[in-house]
Write a protein that binds this ligand. Structure first.
Ligand code: S3P
Length: 442
């Protein structure tokens, strides 16, 4: 998505308690992976519950450009006729991944070991983000990469015909780096190995296994060692995408800070590599119950029951950061309504997300009367139980910054405005009607 349209300011103000059922959209990480693995499989993959946000729609379009047959059958229901591992054809045009770091990084990995050439671009936010973290390990397979100054988009990759398998230790905790290397390893002979010091979200590993790849994870003295045997024949699957815990975080947070609220959020993924926010909120005293825990499509899911809660600040350990990396903006909003300081440690990666999220949150919270301390890799929010609000906040093309400050406005003393709510469509297109149906004024 180019975000070339006019900015759409949005304002949130306190009304009454939030009540009802929030059917949040499908998981973004799993949706991207289902389309990509479907395109790399033999046969027809059927996906239900796919997130139809712009990020994922851009990945669907990219898979069609590489030769897969991608069709929308109904709301959230998609069919992908794949071309098999190594079967991608050269796209006719430039691949525009819009706002999506996951989309561009995973797709670059998926095509790097096929002898075709592709050029990738994105919007202003994505064009500022670091790509060398992915292109450096991809170059080890033997492909050629041309990037703009600083390893940024646009990037052209000339895929390699005779790739060599790679053994790679990720320099930062990133599921996108891990996944790009594993997807490239699919079309390399022998074993490709990724070593992670800290475990990151494991959707790629789970789904690769589900599609028939030989992949295993061992915990050794080196860390989490993931080994993939190359050149499998991936078999098309049925994929039921669970609801996104990172999107659920917004109505959950709103219910915790708007007095008198009680909401249910059914069918949310409880994958332990994504669970850090929920652990942290419960440590803060949040009344969240997980009901009807079950497994769906290879992922653990549960129904959430959330009630307004009196919260206390906590210190979030650095080794939990990877399991809640997208949830720090909304945690910092919740922390502003808690009593006492909430310290977020080891969060330097937030500086290279859709925006510099430490800076965006610190500036926006201060403008709304909240005291915040930030360092290169930490942020501390000094909660005082209530928030003055009343400011306009810049969202820097970042959906999670926009949604976080709108949630702040639902419980602040004065309304909060974001300069542009349009990026919300990348991950949570129904955010506004869903929140309104719970009783929110926005
Ligand atoms: C994602 C991984 C994370 C996360 C992003 C989705 C994924 O990024 O922030 O929203 O689907 O693999 P990093 O790998 O850069 O940490």
């Amino acid at each position: 998505m180019s975000h070339s349209g006019e900015p759409r300011p949005m304002t949130a103000r306190a009304l009454g308690p939030l009540r009802g059922v929030a059917q949040v959209p499908g998981d973004k990480s799993i949706s991207h992976r289902a389309l990509i693995l479907g395109a790399l499989s033999v046969g027809e993959t059927r996906i239900t519950g796919l997130l139809e946000g712009q990020d994922v729609l851009d990945t669907a379009k990219a898979m069609a450009a590489f030769g897969a047959q991608v069709e929308r059958l109904g709301p959230g229901e998609w069919s992908v006729h794949g071309v098999g591992v190594g079967g991608f054809s050269e796209p006719a045009g430039v691949i525009d991944c819009g706002n999506s770091g996951t989309g561009v990084r995973l797709i670059m990995g998926a095509m790097a070991t096929t002898p075709i050439t592709a050029t990738f671009t994105g919007d202003a936010s994505l064009s500022r983000r670091p790509m060398a973290r992915v292109t450096d390990p991809l170059a080890l397979f033997g492909c050629q990469i041309d990037a703009r100054e600083g390893g940024r988009l646009p990037i052209t990759i000339r895929g390699v015909a005779d790739p060599v398998p790679v053994r790679y230790r990720t320099p930062v905790a990133s599921a996108q780096i891990k996944s790009a290397v594993l997807l490239a390893g699919l079309n390399a002979p022998g074993e490709t190995v990724v070593i992670e010091a800290e475990p990151t979200r494991d959707h790629s590993e789970r789904m690769l296994r589900g599609f028939g790849a030989d992949i295993r994870t061992e915990v050794t003295g080196e860390g989490h060692v993931i080994t993939l045997r190359g050149r499998p024949e991936l078999q098309a699957q049925r994929v039921a995408v669970p609801r996104d815990p990172s999107s659920a975080a917004f109505p959950v947070a709103a219910a915790l800070i708007v007095p008198g609220s009680e909401i249910r959020v059914p069918g949310v993924s409880r994958n332990p590599t994504r669970d850090g926010l929920y652990i942290t909120l419960r440590e803060m005293g949040a009344d969240i119950t997980f009901e009807n825990e079950r497994e769906e499509g290879g992922e653990p899911v549960a129904d959430l029951l959330v009630r307004y809660s009196a919260l206390t600040g906590v210190s979030v350990p650095a080794d939990r950061a990877a399991s809640m990396i997208d949830e720090f903006p909304i945690l910092s909003v919740v922390a502003a309504f808690a009593q006492g300081a909430t310290v977020m440690n080891g969060v330097a990666e937030l500086r290279v997300k859709e925006s510099d999220r430490i800076d965006a949150m610190a500036v926006g919270l201060r403008a709304n009367g909240v005291r915040v301390k930030d360092t290169p890799d930490s942020m501390t929010v000094y909660g005082m139980g209530s928030v003055p609000g009343g400011a306009q906040v810049e969202t820097h093309l970042d959906h999670r910054i926009a949604m976080s400050f709108l949630v702040l406005g639902l419980a602040a003393q004065a309304p909060v405005t974001v300069d542009d709510g349009s990026p919300i469509d990348t991950s949570f297109p129904d955010f506004r009607p869903l929140m309104q149906a719970l009783g929110a004024d926005l």
